[in-house]
Write a protein that binds this ligand. Sequence first.
Ligand SMILES: Nc1ncnc2c1ncn2[C@@H]1O[C@H](COP(=O)(O)OP(=O)(O)O)[C@@H](O)[C@H]1O
Ligand SMILES: [Mg+2]
Length: 374
Amino acid sequence: MSIDTDRTVESTTANGSDLGASLSVKDLRIAYGEVEAVKGISFDIRPGEFLTLLGPSGCGKTTTLRCIAGLEPASGGSITIGDTVVAAPGKHVQPEKRGINMVFQSYAVWPHMTVARNVGYGLKGVSKQEADHRVEEVLELVGLAPYAQRYGTELSGGQQQRVALARAIVTRPKLLLFDEPLSNLDAGLREQMRFEILELQRAVGITAVYVTHDQTEAMSMSDRVVLLRDGLIEQADTPREMYRRPRSEFAATFVGRANALPATITGSRDRAEVHGIPNPVVAAEAAAGEGASVAAVFRAENVKAGAEAEGLENAWSATVTRFGYLGRTLDVQYAVGDHEVRGELAPDTPLTPGQAITIGVAATDVHFVPRAEA
Ligand SMILES: Nc1ncnc2c1ncn2[C@@H]1O[C@H](COP(=O)(O)OP(=O)(O)O)[C@@H](O)[C@H]1O
Ligand SMILES: [Mg+2]
């Protein structure tokens, strides 16, 4: 459902180019009774930035978003939107006073109302003329102008999602919150809507907090990604940094396809022993000290095979255990000692199950990160 904005705390211009507010979340805690769903998280968002909260189901994404919206009380910490503290110990600003709006997975488009009325419904306290003008403007923005007089029942899933978007921005919020808005759409439309949402967000200049469990969505849309795990931040970074330099085994394996071999730092800090593999694994950068338990992480696409693997700092005798044709690549699984290693090869690489092969990964593609607890 849409939440009306409080026009008294808004400062917008007619072209809406300075709509975005900053958002600051500090040591936020949210409890349901005895259970703490969010255990102290902090992040800042710049005006106009697109930030995604990413993580597996149950990690606290929706709870955090609802708390920013004012639909859930904070049990600790603070939330500041622009210059206004909206949540802090002893303080809870009502949702409709926060200058925000939300887009959900279910579009909640009223079937018995036209598109124009659906979009204009939340506009209160403005003249009919101004309301009509704004509705026209946003329908143009989301490409629904020709459908203004259609009824909710006469719209496709994608069009309903656009109505939901139009309804969320027509009130000119300073902050737009999205909770898995594309989960109900089929794959092709989902991809198209990603770009549409981004274009719209950029055009309006609004600040966005987007929640998803889909790493592709997070990577392709966001200025920055906050990866959550069990109510805590695992890593907050740009998509590129998150991919290139995961800070933990969880981050490495949740985003993209990665290997994580359990290892122990030995002798030199850029080397680690992996049980059952004769040579130590070499990384380009030093890690924790001697004896530390780490995971040696490296991405599937960086695992070379055959001639390409010879001469790499890390080269192992492996056996092909299975492979699958994915069109653009071959998804390959190898056995190295008693470990499984995932790789990717060119789609036309000739392979047979059980084949002995040398595989390798460059030291620059290996990172040592703290080992995840079992
Ligand atoms: N209304 C509620 N009452 C009790 N526990 C809840 C409630 N809503 C969510 N939770 C719990 O809080 C945790 C985080 O939930 P949620 O924020 O919905 O996760 P996500 O959106 O990341 O899938 C989960 O363990 C969930 O079971
Ligand atoms: Mg959720």
